[in-house]
Design a protein around this ligand. Structure first.
Ligand code: GCU
Length: 594
């Protein structure tokens, strides 16, 4: 008979996590939830720092307190007398004890439930870093892998009047992870995004998309609908402001329609959003959606048919106070700073930021590059790693494909041009196009520093070629940069997805003194002078809007921060290079306005 605690079952089973990982929660778990009533499970959750994964090894979720004869077992846990921590948050910012903690954290709380006539109930997690094992009332519901994308679990069968939910969150870095165990950003951990209960009727809208038909005419809206719990029937789409009130036939649980319409087109200067209501039977969704077209044509990027320069900047999902659990106010501050720098574009690096980031970008008018963390030396030959990456990409696209602000899906960053990588990332590009044929696909590629040319083989599979280059910093010989552009003949638009230099805020010196603002400014001036003259460079997103935490930066001037920000980490201090970019972008904007 299997015993608990320190008995054979948990002490001899080295592969204790295999049965858990055999039940993965994937992108098909997602449910469209915009405008749905939700009940929050945010708040104070009890937690236990579980370095040795004893909860999973010992199956604590079973809460076996007595043996067959009613004799009490000694327990190594006590859920409801543990300390509490706020959800959503990163445990790293909740106590100095956990600042550098990497491993498992057991989260648990109790909540009441009373049926109000709904037939199906789900719990949605906005994001848990990096793995989450979910249990309800002693039952294992599955594991989600991926620190930055949402997932749902159905709990209809498991719910009781009083419920215990347990979520074991693990942020151990792994060689076979996506990202892998070496990144240039801080590895936060925790239940750091919202947790909500969603009540649904027997038949409900599982997914829907609404976008302008990308045929250059700007006069049709394409809608697709996926129904769960009914094979046939009719959905109804309303866009009051456009006089649209259309029936959409559902067959085999799916429906689609092409509706004649002439919406005001969304753009950063005119972020027009429409109220869209979709209903099916007892179920309905509402969303605010902008309609625009984004295309690549030759080496041009066309927004609503007009050539546009992507005046951008990169940003991490990081905050001095909240870590990765950034607040809406912090997201708005990032966009406000970017707008002050005359940006119309932001590269959200290197993983999906919160859903709010895209919704707010829709509202304030910033185009977005969204990316999955296929970063540096991912284990490209490993099929399970591909499945993980593809799943994260799918979850991102399913979550944000109705966001007008999102114009580019990026399948990765700075990977060596190997055969395995080419196969891996070109397949991801295919997945992105299959899930969403209306946007551009890109990746941040490296130049060939020997031959001084843009020659990444992945470019063939991309719509826009992202190029990261650090001439003037990691590559001190700046004279090579213009030669790269002379030697290259791309037939697609190029975005310089990263360039920059570290500078400690307020640290002044001469232009060749590293880590000074003067050196950073000098690098920016030379970059701007070079990049501004390259016809096929149709966008730039310097690295990076604000300084961010990074365990790889041990120089005393850095103090575990990457200092390439144009603004300090607390966003209070703008470095001189910020103004250089602002003025560069002002010139481009004026030229485009003519
Ligand atoms: C790389 C990388 C970033 C990193 C940056 C840097 O290009 O993509 O993640 O932070 O360089 O070194 O500062």
């Amino acid at each position: 008979m299997e015993k608990i605690g320190n008995f054979e079952g948990s002490i001899h089973n080295a592969d204790y996590d295999a049965p858990y990982l055999a039940k993965l929660i994937k992108s098909d778990s997602l449910i469209a939830d915009c405008g749905r009533p939700k009940e929050s499970l945010n708040g104070q959750w009890h937690y236990g720092v579980d370095q040795y994964d004893t909860c999973l090894r010992g199956k604590w979720f079973e809460e076996k307190y007595f043996d067959g004869g009613g004799r009490r077992y000694p327990l190594d846990y006590s859920f409801d007398t543990w300390d509490t921590m706020n959800v959503p948050s990163c445990w790293n910012t909740q106590s100095e004890w956990y600042f550098l903690y990497e491993g498992s954290m057991v989260y648990t709380r109790v909540f009441d439930y009373k049926n109000r006539g709904e037939k199906r109930v789900f719990i949605k997690f906005g994001g848990a870093a990096n793995r989450a094992f979910v249990f309800l009332n002693g039952e294992y519901l599955g594991a989600h892998i991926g620190a930055s994308t949402p997932f749902c679990v159905e709990v209809t069968e498991q719910l009781k009047a009083v419920n215990r939910i347990i979520v074991v969150v693990n942020n151990t870095r792994r060689r076979s992870g996506v990202p892998l165990d070496n990144t240039d950003w801080f590895n936060y951990g925790g239940l750091y995004r919202d947790v909500d209960i969603i009540r649904l009727p027997g038949a409900f809208i599982r997914d829907f998309t609404a976008a302008l038909k990308p045929d250059g005419n700007f006069n049709k809206i394409c809608v697709t609908v996926g129904i769960d719990g009914a094979e046939s029937g009719a959905a109804n789409l309303k866009i009051g402001e456009l006089g649209i009130d259309t029936r959409i036939e559902i067959t085999n649980g799916r429906g689609e329609a092409e509706i004649a319409a002439a919406p005001e087109l969304w753009s950063p200067d005119n972020p027009k959003l429409y109220d869209v209501v979709l209903s099916f039977g007892e179920d309905s969704l509402s969303d605010r959606i902008g309609f625009r077209e984004i295309k690549a044509s030759g080496t041009e990027i066309l927004l609503n048919g007009e050539s546009v320069y992507l005046r951008g900047v990169c940003a991490h999902e990081d905050s001095v106070v909240n870590g990765k659990a950034v607040s809406e106010a912090e997201i708005r501050e990032n966009y406000r700073l970017a707008k002050e720098m005359n940006c119309n574009f932001m590269r959200l690096a290197h993983y999906p930021h919160s859903e709010a980031a895209a919704r707010i970008a829709d509202e304030v008018g910033i185009m977005l590059w969204e990316e999955i963390p296929v970063y540096w030396a991912i284990d490209f030959g490993n099929k399970a790693v591909f499945a993980d990456a593809e799943n994260q990409l799918s979850e991102l696209i399913i979550r944000d494909r109705n966001r007008a602000s999102v114009v580019i899906w990026s399948v990765g960053n700075e990977n060596a041009d190997t055969d395995d990588r080419l196969e891996f990332m070109s397949a991801l590009a295919g997945t992105a196009r299959r899930l969403d044929p209306t946007r551009l696909v890109s990746a941040a590629c490296l130049v060939d520093h020997q031959k001084l040319v843009i020659a990444d083989r992945l470019a063939e599979h991309l719509d826009v070629i992202g190029i990261n280059e650090y001439y003037g910093w990691y590559e001190p010989d700046f004279s090579k940069l213009p030669r790269i552009f002379e030697n290259s003949r791309p037939v697609k638009p190029v975005i310089i997805s990263e360039f920059g230099a570290d500078a400690r805020g307020g640290h002044r010196g001469t232009a060749d003194e590293l880590y000074t603002e003067d050196n950073q400014l000098d690098v920016y001036r030379r970059q701007i002078d070079t990049l501004g003259g390259i016809p096929y460079v149709r966008g730039t997103s310097p690295w990076i809007l604000f300084d961010f935490r990074c365990p790889r930066r041990l120089h005393p001037l850095q103090n575990y921060y990457n200092l390439k920000g144009l603004v300090s980490g607390d966003k209070r201090h703008k470095k001189p290079a910020f103004y250089a970019m602002r003025d560069f972008y002002e010139k481009i904007r004026e030229a485009e306005a003519k």
